[in-house]
Design a protein around this ligand. Sequence first.
Ligand code: 5GP
Ligand code: 5GP
Length: 270
Amino acid sequence: MPPLTLWLVLPFLVLLAAATTSPTRATTVASSFHGQREFDYFAFALQWPGTYCKRTRSCCPTNGCCRGSNFPTVFTIHGLWPDYNDGTWPSCCSGSSFDPKEILTLTNSLEQYWPSLSCSKPSLCHGGKGTFWAHEWEKHGTCSYPVFRNEYDYFVAVLNLYFKYNVTSVLNDAGYVPSNTEKYPLGGIISAIENAFHASPQIVCSKDSVEELRLCFYKDFQPRDCALGSDIKINMVTSKKSCPKYVSLPEPVSVSKTGTMDFKVGAMMM
Ligand code: 5GP
Ligand code: 5GP
């Protein structure tokens, strides 16, 4: 990690240490919130711009797929999702709406590492449409209580997890580099992540391209397998978006305002 980046993330790392070394946060508070049972674990969903942006048909100022040379060339954040062990999950857990002012100081980092890769405005829990961040906080973040009790803590922790578990560099180090011609064994990609983080991920594909890689964590942020014992979750996802035995990691390509691919970003892993 370059020194400048390190300085930028240091405060986040300190905050994550505080959040993750305090197991009482997850255990001492009542086990339901706004009528929903307390969740069991977190799924951390990361998206691959090389796959996601291939579907882009139009550009808008907020679409990370259309950023030219600032186009994301690493896995970016989709969301941190509280889940139940039975394969279901809570959503829209509190009456509070997203407030952009609460995370103003994080905006630069969020723009870079948690960009929306779409022009569509997702729906919000209390009606209307909003930003990708608003949707993720209201739908998933509000259900992370009592681990996180406010929007700011949630977004800081997500950034910290992202910096700590750098899946792009793990895959790169294992030889899984973006390519429009290579196919990689799915098992090899899973093993690379398992070797690095000692827990098995969940991979979601679009046709034969990796679209998302999900890491899972206990409530104290220790890594855990995404499928515990039974394969409930894996089956749930793969039944809709299964990955073949050999998958591709398409090279990220920025999209022009007309929706055509216009800017190929070279070998670019962190
Ligand atoms: P998809 O059907 O595209 O996999 O997921 C659509 C949406 O459902 C996701 O963006 C997310 O909000 C929610 N979702 C899918 N899988 C999971 C999961 O394993 N846990 C949680 N909490 N939400 C999920
Ligand atoms: P989820 O699938 O998390 O429930 O919902 C994601 C919502 O946010 C969808 O409505 C999707 O259109 C919108 N969205 C905006 N930007 C992005 C993005 O970068 N990735 C994904 N997966 N969805 C996005």
